[in-house]
Ligand binder design. Structure first.
Ligand SMILES: [Mg+2]
Length: 253
């Protein structure tokens, strides 16, 4: 882990201009559910309890969506606006944590870490040139539960992460990630020093909305490499299994 002194003063180890901030997506990039649609088990009860409707969850393709976007898209047919979803944010986070913990305790959504992820995070974590953080559509409570379940949370728990409760629009998350970093380090990192790593066209779009670089990985369920290439990532990787190659790619950007 980077110690707190390093966090406050990255210049102590390396010129700020040489730092690259790695913004990791979670689902389909670091890890994935081993059962398709496992998320529905807790999303349904959360929406029932917090908003009084489960809505049209079955009609949603959640890949690349933020959790709050999934809830909004499911409930908009009931007349809900994003503002109404966010008005109950505190309750949403609390109930989400309870329901997700309950479903996972019943082995309702087993997760697996993707190949090479632990190795690349270990390398980037000890390399002073890189800082790891999350840029995820997951609510903070969901991200913590998921990453703890595969032993990855310690890489991110002290980072200025951007989570799905910031906005239902993923493009806002990347811009917010930049603000969170600048506040934490008291330094205006330019967007091109951020590298988004994700598995969907939405990850690429949010990086571009901010001005960040982007590495796409083909490990997301139901994502085609053609579709990812159409969105022009800086690099497209089949997976993260070749640690040396991934490091080379990240060092090029
Ligand atoms: Mg993803």
């Amino acid at each position: 882990m980077h110690d707190s002194q390093t966090l406050q003063n990255p210049k102590s180890q390396i010129s700020n201009r040489d730092i690259r901030i790695l913004l990791w997506d979670i689902d389909g990039t670091l890890m994935r559910s081993t059962v398709q649609g496992g998320y529905k088990k807790y999303f349904t009860s959360v929406m029932q309890k917090v908003y009084g409707h489960a809505g049209n969850l079955d009609g949603i393709m959640p890949s690349g969506m933020t959790d709050t976007q999934i809830i909004y898209e499911s409930l908009r047919g009931e007349g809900f606006t994003p503002e109404q979803i966010f008005a109950r944010k505190a309750e949403l986070l609390e109930v989400f944590k309870t329901e997700m913990t309950r479903v996972l305790a019943q082995n309702g959504e087993p997760f697996e870490i993707l190949t090479g992820v632990r190795e690349i995070l270990t390398e980037t974590d000890k390399n002073p040139r890189f800082i790891n953080a999350l840029l995820t559509g997951n609510l903070s409570v969901a991200a913590e539960i998921k990453l703890k379940s595969v032993g990855l949370w310690h890489y991110f728990e002290n980072a200025p992460n951007a989570f799905g409760e910031i906005s239902h629009d993923r493009n806002d998350l990347a811009i917010e990630a930049g603000k969170l970093f600048n506040e934490r380090y008291e330094f205006a990192f330019p967007p091109e020093q951020f590298i988004v790593i994700g598995d969907t066209p939405n990850d690429i779009a949010c990086a571009r909305a901010f001005g960040a670089k982007v590495v796409a990985v083909e490990t997301g369920r139901g994502q085609s490499s053609e579709k990812l290439l159409e969105n022009k990532p800086d690099f497209l990787l089949e997976d993260l299994s070749d640690t040396k190659k991934v490091l080379e790619v990240l060092q090029t950007l």
